[in-house]
Design a protein around this ligand. Structure first.
Ligand code: MN
Length: 327
């Protein structure tokens, strides 16, 4: 299927009166930062817009400009919107309950950067080479000739810096840093925002990290590592799935490690976060188990006991590591 262009999206925005904006469940910094930037952009073009999400905004992102304007799907009423736009969601399932109001809209558009994107909207712009959906949103703003405000800069920086692990991985290039220069000129409060996004951890996160590290196991001569969090770990730390964000990286960033996973025993199943170094591609394994993501960072959820699920994942990743993985 041929993809559409950002010009198509701009035309759709400009010809719509009311817009519904959404992103994926369990939203991360790219999802929320991109959504909030898009919101400010369409409002600045005189549109009536509302942002809806199945899940609440993670605590560490609630300081972002306009985050308090995001509405829960439940309780959403009123007539269908002229246009619905999804950002950073690779497939319909990722929209969760927001899928219903999304497809009720007169027109559907989506902007994303995931390789596994299924092109589920009528108009799809998927930039696989973009480090984050924030970059795709930035390109739209540039095309529209929008002046980047300080609040847009904060939200765009959030999107880009979280999806690149604070500019450590992903598609880092000169264009990205030129975009950063534009954000700095718009008054981006980078030190304060970086501290909130990249340095601070909630009490629950740190307690849970302790449990995860205690479970760290080295396999395959230390090339594969795994960590697991039981339902009791979550309970004892008063934590939920959102508190595991970034925990998995501790298992990867050890000399000699090529790939790793974190298994979390959550109410919806055993959630796996997979990470690896190039040239490995953990998204193949994630897709095989019904999940998705990027070559170096992917995820999926398995049904079954923690022990069985960990065993299946361990075998799959051992196969991938030894070049014996077959789809
Ligand atoms: Mn993203």
């Amino acid at each position: 299927m041929t993809d559409h262009t950002l010009k198509d999206i701009l035309t759709a925005v400009d010809s719509a009166g009311t817009l519904l904006l959404t992103t994926h469940i369990q939203p991360d910094g790219d999802a929320i930062g991109s959504l909030l930037t898009l919101y400010e952009f369409v409002v600045s073009r005189g549109k009536k817009a509302r942002m809806v999400l199945q899940d609440p905004v993670p605590e560490n992102l609630r300081f972002l400009p306009y985050a308090d304007c995001i509405l829960p799907v439940s309780g959403l009423d009123g007539p269908a919107d002229d246009l619905a736009i999804s950002v950073d969601a690779s497939d319909v399932d990722r929209l969760g309950e927001a899928a219903a109001p999304f497809f009720k809209a007169g027109q559907t558009v989506q902007m994303d950067h995931h390789r596994t994107n299924t092109r589920f909207a009528a108009t799809n712009v998927v930039r696989e080479e973009a480090s984050s959906s924030g970059v795709v949103i930035y390109e739209l703003l540039k095309l529209a000739g929008t002046d980047i405000t300080q609040t847009m800069a904060t939200n765009l920086y959030t999107a880009v810096s979280t999806d690149t692990g604070n500019f450590c991985f992903g598609y880092l290039n000169d264009e990205l840093f030129e975009q950063m220069a534009v954000l700095m000129r718009a008054g981006l409060p980078i030190v304060e925002t970086a501290r909130r996004l990249h340095l601070m951890h909630s009490r629950e996160q740190v307690l849970l990290l302790g449990r995860a590290l205690r479970s760290l196991t080295f396999l395959e001569d230390g090339q594969l590592t795994m960590m697991q969090l039981t339902a009791d770990d979550f309970k004892d730390c008063n934590a939920t799935g959102e508190h595991t964000e970034r925990t998995v990286n501790y298992a990867l960033n050890i000399p000699g490690v090529q790939m790793c996973f974190l298994a979390s025993e959550l109410p919806e199943g055993i959630k796996f976060s997979l990470r690896c170094l190039a040239p490995y591609d953990v998204s193949q394994v994630a897709s095989f188990f019904g999940g998705g993501g990027h070559a170096l960072a992917a995820g999926c959820t398995l049904q079954g006991t923690l022990e069985d699920s960990v065993d299946r994942m361990r075998r799959a990743l051992t196969g991938l590591l030894n070049g014996q993985w077959r789809l």
